[in-house]
Design a protein around this ligand. Structure first.
Ligand code: SF4
Length: 336
């Protein structure tokens, strides 16, 4: 059975303006292939500039890729001239900042009811009922539907955004860092809400984020991106516990911890990483080499191919034998 969302060899380039000579185009996403099944969550994780949001924008057809395909339920999204109404109904989105993504002059009823008005022929009475049900579904009081976004907290505003996304009963919601602007306790309640909604409705999520620890709690599978390329992909628990790519390790190290031994381990890894970065100033080979504490000479000249690994894939010359500690840094290998 085919997946609900199939992304194949996606490549997105941005042309840059130049006064005298035009600089070469910037490759934001390069050769990315992903699958998302019905009722599942695929987490796409990476730092700013990794290309994860560009993937989301390609799925929403907010941009046209250079090559590759994005297929939703068998339809090639990249071939749409104008995005058809059925696609807008079946694929919805939730954005990072609920403050800017909600019209401040509209009431909650206007905001949540608008997609229903656009896609269905319903009377005022039914619209009010539907909006009330949606607000209840996301844990808001239906009696607040005549208030405006400014009357709500950040977490409540994100709930309004979720209610709006659910209004058309979509099969896929693209969640672009939906909890990044919220405080930690509000993040977990919104994540729990999204998980509950998925159990109740069977909706799929393409979940974009930078916090691998959080992504583990929402995702069935996780794809790790670095500078436009997929570096590791697999079942969420495997990526969290048994990852093979040094960048995945680095993302996990970025998550806060109160364990002093773990803090010391991370300090040592960071120090090794700085040493490697100084020694590997090169644009050839693996794009992660300048930051990689495990880099060897080969990494400077040869781009690692993606290879299968335990239900997923990884793009690293040292995988799957990569040690969890940094015993094979460039510093030591170049002297061996
Ligand atoms: Fe590090 Fe080399 Fe693996 Fe790239 S290929 S992640 S530089 S060890």
């Amino acid at each position: 059975m085919s997946a609900l969302l199939e992304i194949d060899n996606l490549r997105v380039m941005f042309r840059r303006p130049g006064l005298v000579r035009r600089p070469p185009p910037f490759v934001a996403v390069d050769d990315v292939t992903l699958r998302l099944g019905a009722g599942e969550t695929l987490g796409v994780v990476g730092e700013s500039g990794s290309g994860k949001t560009t993937v989301a924008r390609a799925v929403l057809r907010l941009l046209r890729p250079e090559s590759g395909s994005v297929r939703f339920d068998g339809h090639d999204v990249t071939e749409f001239g104008r995005v058809p109404k059925w696609y807008r109904r079946r694929v919805q989105s939730i954005f990072q900042d609920p403050t800017t993504s909600l019209n401040p002059s509209w009431t909650v009823r206007d905001i949540v009811g608008e997609p229903i008005r656009v896609h269905e022929n319903v009377g005022r009475r039914e619209l009010v009922l539907r909006v009330g049900e949606l607000l209840e579904q996301v844990g808001l009081d239906p009696a607040t539907d005549q208030r405006r976004p400014a009357d709500f907290s950040g977490g409540q505003r994100q709930r309004i955004g979720i209610a709006r996304a659910l209004a058309t009963r979509p099969e896929l919601i693209v969640c672009d860092e939906p909890v990044s602007a919220l405080d930690v306790s509000t993040q977990s309640t919104v994540v729990n809400l999204l998980n509950r909604i998925q159990r109740e409705t069977g909706v799929s999520y393409l979940f974009i984020g930078h916090d691998l620890t959080l992504m583990r709690h929402v995702s069935d599978r996780i794809a790790v991106m670095y500078r436009g390329r997929l570096v590791e992909e697999g079942p969420a628990e495997d990526i969290y516990r048994d990852h093979a790519h040094p960048y995945t390790r680095m993302l996990l190290d970025a998550a806060p911890t109160l364990d002093p031994e773990e803090q010391a381990r991370r300090r040592r890894r960071r120090a090794d990483s700085v040493t490697a970065a100084v020694m590997t100033e090169s644009s050839q080979g693996c794009s992660f080499a300048p930051r990689c504490p495990s880099a060897i000479e080969r990494c400077l000249t040869e781009v690692p191919a993606s290879r299968p690994r335990a239900g997923g894939s990884v793009g690293c010359h040292l995988a799957p034998t990569l040690p969890q500690t940094n015993s094979r840094s460039l510093t030591s290998s170049s002297h061996s």
